[in-house]
Design a protein around this ligand. Structure first.
Ligand code: ACM
Length: 676
């Protein structure tokens, strides 16, 4: 029998005292629970978890006394650990988990599961005494289910895995420009129309649904039955689901379903498929407020959370400024300008939510034009919103871009796609949840921290997992543990990765560094010509099957093969793709420079010694135009030259859409010897 076993708990418990020896888990191990349903419920959860992850069956013995026992006790008022806290005491013959509330007892079970380690044919638990409770009450992940729909089974799995990190808030982003995902009984078109779109690009446009004779629609929605099930499931794992209904911006899908909600005379009847920031806002008619209140009425009946998130982000005011009717409403309502109109909007909804005993939370833009009296601010544009909110006596949740935006890639890989910026697990871990920017006296207003999984570039549930884990483990420790210790966390992380495997959860693990091939580079291995933050962007084709992923700055698509050794090189092969220009970027679009083509379909130009250097090859795009996926362009010979040179690759094209992109470049020798 081993005299000790590893301890690798994430998030790290507050107090932990290792002892000598181990408890051996056997098929004879019995689970006991004190009186009351919670002890039994948590015992059964633990039994299922151990069975599911390790294939070990344990018996639930009720209150039968015996040796080799694990006991779960809800000890009303007796635990030192308080809300969500627990204590766990293991000896060679007995393990006792106790807590004053059911969430704490649940977390005790999670910790116990993390204490299991393999020994020969079975499992052991080290002798240890743990007292544990969280630093923050809001330990959140936001999941965007609007840009891409994830099925309800996935939401349940996500909740399961969140709970195993002791994360306790799932902020569920359910509505946006590109979809409305929540069934609202009073307004069925929100999901009949609003949950479906034709994705951007040529490939989806050509993917005709034979039944409809039109491009196939993509999407899905959550029925109220789905939502009730998910909310109850989350609750059983200590997780509160906070729904977000985004307003007054990010509203295009709702307006496509009910045009009378919008500002424009004739808004688009189709749910749009661009990323970025659409100018479409809700109008300020009384009928629109009634609509929003009706929606929130159903929302509060579905979600028991104290907080309801009303978005508020990125509501560009151009449509409100340009609308005579909105200007009239501004005067009627006695507000000063469009910012105050948004503030009026939020105040009105706050009053409505307060009448339902709920509290309003919104993105930090709700500060503009004056914050509603009891609003809580989710600070995403850095910490400024949190500082302003806390110093005005409002509560705040820290969720700043880019560190806590999990759509930023964990390291530089070609796949899966994501935002091109690299944010490492270590950077997430280093996030300071008690920043000096917020005065110590005001830090009591920090409810906690949250990371956001925006999914514009995360199309599938597998990829959501990959982008979320193990960053969520770092987030969990920031949110739960009072002290941080990167070296300790890194030492515990391999055990966490093993748990992901046991749970069948995808996670990111940096691949070993690889030397660059001197002759062949994919877009992720080439350098970009700009220092702007790129996208690691998935192709829109083929519709079914694997798609290429390109690293590209869509504002300046231009790549460099740095220090290419051109000695003996006399041709190159370029593989290129075309992706939709589907970005709502307002006036910034004027910054994009289109380079004039010599032929109707455009060309790929290759220059030497930088992008202003001599043009050594021109590859016509005509052969690739009709292939929406990656094409290899016919190679073009050029004069060899000695030594290392930077090669620059740029396209010429007449129009913004589609954008031509490099997939890979291969340098070749002996072109003149090879038959064409
Ligand atoms: C946000 O990223 N628009 C909150």
């Amino acid at each position: 029998m081993p005299t000790s076993a590893p301890i690798a708990i994430i998030p790290q418990p507050r107090n932990i005292q290792p002892g000598d020896g181990v408890f051996v888990l056997t098929p004879e191990t019995r689970l006991e629970f004190g009186d009351g349903a919670e002890g039994e419920r948590v015992s059964r959860y633990f039994i299922d978890l151990v069975q599911q992850t390790y294939g070990v069956g344990l018996g639930a013995g009720g209150n039968a006394p015996g040796k080799n026992v694990i006991r779960f006790d809800l000890t009303a008022g007796e635990s030192a650990a308080g809300v969500e806290g627990y204590s766990l005491v293991s000896s060679p013959r007995r393990i006792v988990v106790s807590a004053a509330d059911s969430r704490g007892l649940f977390y005790g079970a999670v910790t116990l599961w993390q204490l299991l380690s393999r020994y020969e044919e079975g499992f052991v638990v080290p002798v240890v005494t743990i007292e544990d409770w969280p630093k923050f009450g809001w330990r959140g992940l936001m999941l965007d289910s609007a840009r891409h729909y994830q099925p309800p089974q996935f939401i349940r799995k996500f909740i399961d895995v969140m709970a195993l990190h002791k994360l306790n808030v799932l902020h569920w982003h359910l509505t946006d420009d590109q979809a409305w995902r929540l069934e609202i009984k009073k307004y069925p078109r929100l999901t009949e129309i609003g949950a479906w779109r034709v994705p951007a690009g040529q490939a989806p446009a050509a993917d005709i649904d034979p039944a409809a004779g039109k491009p196939r629609l993509y999407g899905g929605f959550y029925s109220q039955e789905n939502v009730r099930d998910i909310v109850a499931y989350a609750m059983s794992r200590g997780i509160t689901v906070v729904p977000e209904i985004d307003m007054p911006g990010h509203a295009s899908a709702a307006i496509a379903a009910y045009p009378e909600l919008g500002v424009l005379e004739k808004p688009s009847a189709q749910v749009p498929a661009d990323w970025g920031i659409y100018p479409n806002l809700f109008n300020a008619e009384e009928s629109t407020f009634r609509f929003l209140e009706d929606v929130l009425d159903e929302v509060v009946s579905l979600f028991p959370s104290q907080y309801i998130h009303v978005g508020g982000d990125e509501a560009v005011k151009d449509q409100w400024k340009a609308s005579k009717r909105i200007q009239t409403r501004i005067r009627e309502l006695g507000v000063k300008d469009e910012h105050e109109l948004q503030s009026y909007f939020v105040r009105r909804l706050e009053t409505f939510l307060a009448s339902k005993q709920r509290r309003l939370i919104g993105w930090d833009e709700i500060l503009e034009g004056g914050l509603a009296p009891n609003a809580t601010v989710m600070s995403w544009r850095g910490l400024k919103g949190a500082v302003a909110a806390a110093s005005a006596g409002h509560d705040t949740v820290l969720s700043p871009w880019p560190t806590l935006y999990f759509d930023n890639r964990p390291y530089d890989v070609a796949s899966p796609p994501g935002r091109g910026r690299i944010v490492s697990v270590e950077e997430v871990y280093a996030f300071d949840p008690a920043p000096a920017a917020i005065e110590e006296a005001q830090r009591k207003h920090i409810l906690g921290v949250q990371a956001n999984v925006w999914v514009e570039h995360i199309r599938t549930p597998d990829r959501v997992e990959f982008m979320t884990f193990p960053k969520a483990a770092a987030l969990a420790e920031v949110a739960w543990s009072p002290a941080k210790d990167w070296a300790g966390f890194s030492a515990r992380l391999p055990a966490q990765l093993e748990r992901y495997k046991a749970l069948n959860v995808r996670y990111a693990e940096a691949p070993p560094a690889r030397a660059l091939d001197p002759r062949r580079r994919n877009s992720h291995e080439l350098a970009l010509c700009s220092d702007k933050i790129p996208l690691s962007l998935e192709d829109d084709a083929p519709i079914a099957g694997e798609r290429a992923v390109f690293l590209v700055d869509v504002m300046q698509p231009c790549w460099l093969f740095k220090e290419a050794d051109l000695s003996g090189i006399d041709s190159l092969v370029a593989s290129v793709g075309q992706v939709p220009f589907n970005y709502q970027i307002g006036d910034d679009v004027k910054q994009i420079v289109l380079r004039k083509p010599a032929t109707a379909s455009g060309e790929l130009e290759v220059r030497v010694d930088g992008c202003a250097g001599e043009r050594i090859a021109v590859l016509p795009l005509a052969p690739a135009v009709d292939n929406f996926a990656v094409s290899e362009l016919p190679s073009v010979p050029f004069e060899p030259r000695e030594g290392k040179h930077d090669l620059c690759f740029m396209f010429t094209q007449k129009q913004l859409d589609p954008i031509w992109v490099i997939d890979s470049i291969e340098l070749r020798s002996g072109a003149s010897a090879r038959p064409e």
